[in-house]
Design a protein around this ligand. Structure first.
Ligand SMILES: *Cc1c(COP(=O)(O)O)cnc(C)c1O
Length: 434
């Protein structure tokens, strides 16, 4: 049943939303049309937090030039592999870097669309003045799609209940609603399962209000080392994705204009499963998910604090909750005002390292909620207020070094994604050009 007021042509922009209709500049005919940075649209600059904004010494410094560099790197990989669109993934507050500032920086640098997990994250970006199309990838119950459709974003759908809600929303709005369809090719997380695809397609084809502008899937093992048994998994997912494309094309659900996308950072850097668009997340923030690939990426986040207390302890004396560390020799212990509530994982207790004066120093004892202790016995001349680097590079009187998100992840039994997204909101972000 077609509502009279619903436009007959599906929106051409794969991530298009109402912004496309509202944009006052004409479409330039690209796949994302004027949803991107249209001429005459003022894109806001990142707000730089001034040092005076934050009293605490613990802060995350975000290097905006590194973000732009990484966008160029992933765009070059995408172009070489034949993908026309790069949509950076800015979920979880832009992997902890502050999504609004990251989005403004990347939009100004030419990014033509972004992916987020939550509608809430998309709304935050719109309120920050982001005009580029936004794809909301997370899972929502069907009832939420009424709200999602009324916002200036493109939802991802994977069940008929969601389609029904979108059809109702489209009728109320008086225009067709675009959506991307997700198929499950092996991740078993979100998406129409292959066995249900035909039935889904037949039911979907009965309405005209929702149009599929994008077809997507997500890869489970894109970062597996070549030769590892999981490496064949991606090839299998790709062949299922091709099969899904055929089923949906014959049912008339998608056509040659539908933008297909599967690649995360690992797949993109490998040149695997690169279809029409790519969704790099971690690579944009300067972390390569491929251990084997020497990275051309620049890490964008540096987390630093300062020593707020310093003491000498005798052999046999202990440090922190549970007396988890006991000094074997006379030691100097520095206290830093960063704890697990700031994103310094408790799993780093007695395991992690920091940089002081350019030298590595071990975290000793249990990391507590707001503070942690560091053994600075070997840091000659160590003093109160010395800078302590938790993540990133430091050059000091005793040398220079760097601690990567991968290193922190290994020490704490985690992954770089979790390390970055754990830096909590109470750590102020300072945005810097280098
Ligand atoms: C998080 C996510 C990505 C980005 O993954 P990275 O490994 O950070 O590049 C892409 N697609 C989907 C569906 C995701 O959830």
């Amino acid at each position: 049943m077609v509502h009279a007021a619903i436009v007959s042509e599906p929106p051409k922009a794969p991530l298009s939303g109402p912004s496309r209709r509202q944009a006052d500049t004409p479409s330039r005919g690209s796949a994302l049309a004027s949803g991107g940075v249209a001429e005459g649209v003022r894109v806001l600059k990142p707000r730089r937090a001034a040092p005076a904004d934050a009293l605490r010494a613990t802060r995350a410094e975000i290097n905006l030039a590194a973000l732009r560099h990484n966008l160029r790197v992933v765009t070059r990989h995408a172009t070489e592999a034949g993908a026309a669109h790069v949509w950076p993934v800015l979920k979880a507050d832009g992997y902890g870097h502050g999504a609004p500032a990251v989005a403004r920086t990347l939009e100004r640098a030419g990014a033509k669309g972004f992916c987020v997990a939550l509608l809430e994250e998309a709304i935050e970006l719109r309120e920050a003045g982001i005009r580029a199309p936004l794809l909301v990838m997370g899972g929502y119950a069907a009832s939420a799609y009424e709200e999602i459709a009324s916002r200036d974003v493109t939802p991802v759908i994977y069940d008929l209940g969601q389609v029904e809600t979108l059809v109702r929303a489209a009728r109320a709005l008086g225009h067709r609603v675009p959506a991307h369809l997700k198929v499950d090719t092996g991740m078993a997380r979100l998406g129409v399962q292959m066995k249900d695809l035909k039935a889904f397609a037949e039911a979907f084809a009965k309405q005209r209000e929702v149009c599929i502008t994008g077809l997507m899937t997500h890869l489970a093992c894109a970062d597996a080392e070549p030769g590892h048994t999981d490496a064949a998994f991606t090839a299998q997912q790709v062949s299922r994705f091709e099969e899904a494309t055929q089923v949906l094309t014959s049912a008339g659900v998608i056509d040659a204009c539908t933008v297909r996308h599967a690649a995360n950072s690992a797949a993109l850097l490998r040149g695997e499963a690169v279809f029409d668009a790519v969704r790099p997340g971690i690579a944009v923030f300067g972390v390569s998910p491929l251990a084997a690939v020497s990275s051309e990426l620049h890490s964008a986040m540096r987390v630093r604090t300062e020593i707020v207390d310093l003491r000498a302890i005798e052999p046999g004396e202990s440090v922190g909750y549970g007396a988890l560390f006991r000094a074997s020799t006379a030691s100097r212990i520095a206290t830093i005002p960063m704890g697990y509530a700031d994103g310094l994982s408790r799993h780093l207790s007695n395991r992690g390292h920091v940089l002081v004066r350019g030298r590595r120093a071990p975290i000793v004892g249990a990391v507590s909620m707001d503070m942690a202790m560091v053994d600075v016995t070997n840091v000659t001349g160590v003093a109160l207020r010395d800078e302590v680097v938790i993540l990133g590079a430091q050059e000091g009187l005793l040398g220079k070094g760097a601690i990567s998100a991968e290193e922190v992840a290994r020490a704490g039994g985690s992954i770089a994604w979790e390390v970055l997204t754990s830096i909590s909101r109470r750590v102020p972000r300072f945005y810097r050009e280098p």
